[in-house]
Design a protein around this ligand. Structure first.
Ligand code: GCU
Length: 610
C-alpha cells in the first residue's frame, strides 16, 4: 500500500513538475534575447545548496535563508555567514556539457549550480517574458531572483517557464541546479553505452511575446490526402478565445482564416492542387505565416506524405530505400555534446558524403539544428526516445517521464518534413510490463501525431531453434509500422564469415530497417582481416553483412552503427578504446576508416538500382 501511495505521490509531483512547460513552438522566429555565454558555476556533489542539514529542500522552506544557492546570497556585513559566492567562482560556457569543458568534471555525475545575471528592458511593458531552455541534462531546478520557476526532467528536450511577473529591469539572477546523476527509475536508466554529459547542453534564451501570442501550431499534409494541408493553431494569453487567426502560405495563394475556441485552439484544413512536395531530391520548404491581431510567427515547412504499404516505405507514394547511418550527438569539431548548426552541418555533410538519404539520431532527441538542417538538405530522419535497455517498466513515474520526453520531442519537431519515424525504444528486453509500457507510448504517439511512422529496435532470435535462420521475436512487432532490429553477427555473435551462413525469415508483412550492425576498429590500425580492431576486420564485416542483408527482400533501409567513434565509459581497452566506442566509420579526429568506402559504394550501387 505504501508503495502505491508513494507512486501516486511521484506521479502528482511529476505532473506538477512538467505541466508548466507549455512549449513555445519555433523560438527561432520569435523575439528573443540569448543568455548563452559565460555563466558562473558551483560544483555541489552533496547538494548542500539545495538541502538543509536535515536533508529538507530549501525551496520548500518558508525562509530558505542564505544557505540556499538559488538566493545568490552576498555577505552584507563582516559578521554575515554566507558560505558560497557565485561571483567569485569560475565561468562555464552555456551551451555546453561540463564534462568536456572542465577536466575535473569529465566523469562527474551529480549537481552543478549555474548562475546568470542579466538586465532586461521590455520593448513593450504589456509584453510577456519566458525563459526557454533547449536542453538540460538530466534534471533541472530553475529559479529566478530566488523564486522557483519549476523543475524539468529529461536531458534532451526543450522546456520554458514564464517570468513576466518576476523579472526586473536590473540585476536579475537566473539560477539552475543541474543534476546528471543516472537513476534506476530514470529515462534512460542507469546503464547506457554513451557518455553521461551533464549541464546546460543547448541554448538558453529569453522569449518576449505579446500578451496573447501564437504558442503552438501543427501544419502538415493529411496522410491520406496529399492535396489537403491541415492542422491546428493554439494561442496563449487572456484574449485567446474567439480570436481570428490567419494562416497564410503565399506561394500557394492560401490565406485561411480560422476562429479559436474557448481554449484558444483552432483546427483547419485547406486544399491545393499545386503543392510542391518536399522530397529527398527537392526538399522544398514553404514559408508559412500565422497571424492574429497582435501576434505573428513564421516557419519554413515542407509538405510530404510518408506511409507503408505491405513491406514498402512510401515517400509521396513512391517506394524509398533508406540509405542510412546511426549518429550520436557529439560535436565532431570540439568533442562533447553537439549543439550548434556547425556541428549539425559537419555530421550531416559526412552522412551525405557516405551517400545517405536518411539518418537515425540515436538514442535520444538531438538538438533542433539537426532536424532543421535535414529539412533543408532533404535527409529523412528517425528520432528516438531514450527508452533504452533495462528501463523500470513497472514504475508509473518512469512511464510518465518517458511519455513527457516523447511529447516534448513531438511538440518540437512535428512540423519538420524530414522527420518520418518516431522510435519508441532501443533494444529493450521483452516482458509483459515492457510491452504494456511501449504499447501505451505508441498509442500516445499516434494520438499526438498521426502523420508519421512508429518503430523501435526490436528483439530477434533463432527461428524455431535453427542455428542458421534468424527472425524477429517481439510482440511489439505487431504494434510498430516499421520493423527494426539491431544485429551484430560477426562482432558480438561469431565472426564475419558467420554472415555467410545466416538467412532471415521475417513473417510480418511490414518494412524492415536494420537499425544497427557494425564492428569496432581503431583508425590507422591495419592487419589481417581476422584480426579484431583492425580496419580490415571492420571492412570485412561490412562486406559480409551487406551481402547477407541485401538478400532480405523486406529490408527497406539500414542505419549501420555508427558514423563517428563516440565516448563511452564502458569501453576501456587500452591502446584501442580508452573511453571510446570504436564502431565509427570515422574516427573522432575526422579520419575515415576503410569500411566507410565499402558502405559508400553499397549506397552508390543501391541508388543506381532504384
Ligand atoms: C547496441 C546499442 C548501442 C551500442 C552498440 C554497441 O546495439 O544499441 O547503443 O553502442 O550496441 O555495442 O556498440
Amino acid at each position: 500500500m505504501k508503495n502505491l501511495l508513494f507512486s501516486f505521490f511521484l506521479i502528482f509531483i511529476f505532473c506538477q513538475v512538467n505541466a508548466q512547460n507549455d512549449l513555445i513552438a519555433n523560438v527561432y522566429e520569435r523575439q528573443t534575447i540569448s543568455l548563452n555565454g559565460n555563466w558562473k558555476y558551483i560544483i555541489d556533489p552533496y547538494e548542500n545548496g539545495y538541502y538543509n542539514y536535515r536533508y529538507q529542500p530549501f525551496d520548500q522552506q518558508e525562509a530558505p535563508g542564505a544557505g540556499a544557492f538559488f538566493n545568490n546570497s552576498k555577505s552584507q556585513s563582516p559578521s554575515d555567514l554566507v558560505e558560497y559566492d557565485f561571483d567569485q567562482m569560475d565561468d562555464i560556457t552555456v551551451p555546453g556539457d561540463w564534462n568536456s569543458q572542465k577536466k575535473e568534471l569529465q566523469y562527474y555525475e551529480g549537481t552543478v549550480w549555474y548562475k546568470k545575471s542579466f538586465d532586461h528592458t521590455s520593448s513593450n511593458n504589456k509584453n510577456r517574458l519566458f525563459v526557454y531552455f533547449e536542453a538540460v541534462n538530466y534534471k533541472s531546478e530553475v529559479y529566478l531572483n530566488g523564486k522557483k520557476l519549476g523543475t524539468h526532467v529529461g536531458g534532451f528536450t526543450p522546456f520554458n517557464f514564464e517570468i513576466t511577473d518576476i523579472v526586473k529591469e536590473k540585476d536579475n539572477f537566473l539560477v539552475v541546479k543541474v543534476d546528471n546523476k543516472r537513476l534506476k527509475e530514470g529515462v534512460p536508466t542507469l546503464n547506457t553505452d554513451w557518455w553521461n554529459y551533464g549541464g546546460i547542453t543547448r541554448d538558453v534564451r529569453l522569449v518576449e511575446t505579446s500578451p496573447t501570442f501564437i504558442q503552438d501550431y501543427f501544419i502538415q499534409l493529411n496522410p491520406e490526402n496529399n492535396q489537403k494541408i491541415e492542422g491546428f493553431v493554439a494561442l496563449n494569453g487572456a484574449q485567446k478565445s474567439d480570436q481570428k487567426v490567419t494562416v497564410t502560405i503565399p506561394e500557394l495563394n492560401i490565406a485561411k482564416e480560422i476562429i479559436t475556441d474557448a481554449t484558444g485552439r483552432a483546427e483547419f484544413g485547406v486544399s491545393s492542387k499545386n503543392i510542391k512536395y518536399w522530397s529527398i531530391e527537392n526538399p522544398f520548404l514553404y514559408k508559412v505565416e500565422i497571424t492574429t491581431g497582435e501576434a505573428t510567427t513564421t516557419d519554413q515547412i515542407g509538405f510530404r506524405t510518408i506511409r507503408t504499404e505491405g513491406s514498402k516505405i512510401l515517400l509521396n507514394n513512391k517506394p524509398v530505400y533508406l540509405r542510412g547511418i546511426s549518429i550520436h550527438e557529439e560535436s565532431p569539431l570540439r568533442g562533447g555534446r553537439g549543439y550548434s548548426k556547425a556541428d549539425a552541418e559537419k555530421l550531416l555533410d559526412w552522412a551525405q558524403e557516405l551517400g545517405c538519404n536518411y539518418v537515425r539520431l540515436a538514442h535520444y532527441p538531438h538538438n533542433e539544428q539537426m532536424v532543421r538542417l535535414a529539412d533543408q538538405k532533404g535527409i529523412l530522419v528517425w528520432e528516438e526516445n531514450p527508452v533504452y535497455w533495462t528501463i523500470s517498466w513497472e514504475n508509473e513515474a518512469t512511464y510518465d517521464n518517458a511519455q513527457n520526453q516523447l511529447s516534448e520531442l513531438i511538440s518540437r519537431d512535428k512540423n519538420r518534413a524530414s522527420v518520418i519515424i518516431w522510435s519508441m525504444a532501443n533494444e529493450t528486453p521483452n516482458s509483459t510490463a515492457r510491452n504494456t509500457f511501449l504499447e501505451k507510448l505508441a498509442q500516445f504517439t499516434r494520438e499526438k501525431d498521426s502523420t508519421r511512422l512508429i518503430s523501435a529496435a526490436l528483439e530477434q532470435k533463432n527461428y524455431q531453434g535453427s542455428k542458421t535462420v534468424r527472425t524477429i521475436d517481439d510482440p511489439f512487432a505487431d504494434v510498430v509500422d516499421i520493423l527494426s532490429f539491431n544485429e551484430y553477427i560477426g562482432w558480438y555473435d561469431g565472426l564475419p564469415e558467420k554472415c555467410e551462413t545466416i538467412t532471415w525469415k521475417i513473417e510480418q508483412n511490414k518494412p524492415v530497417i536494420i537499425s544497427e550492425f557494425g564492428a569496432g576498429a581503431k583508425q590507422g590500425l591495419h592487419g589481417n582481416k581476422n584480426e579484431r580492431w583492425t580496419e580490415e576486420f571492420q571492412e570485412d564485416l561490412y562486406v559480409k553483412t551487406l551481402a547477407m542483408i541485401d538478400k532480405v527482400d523486406k529490408v527497406q533501409g539500414i542505419s549501420p552503427w555508427i558514423l563517428v567513434d563516440f565516448r563511452s565509459p564502458r569501453r576501456v581497452l587500452p591502446k584501442i578504446q580508452e573511453g571510446w566506442n570504436r564502431k565509427g566509420l570515422i574516427a573522432e579526429d575526422g579520419k575515415k576508416k576503410k569500411a566507410f568506402y565499402i558502405l559508400q559504394q553499397f549506397y552508390k550501387d543501391k541508388e543506381m538500382s532504384q
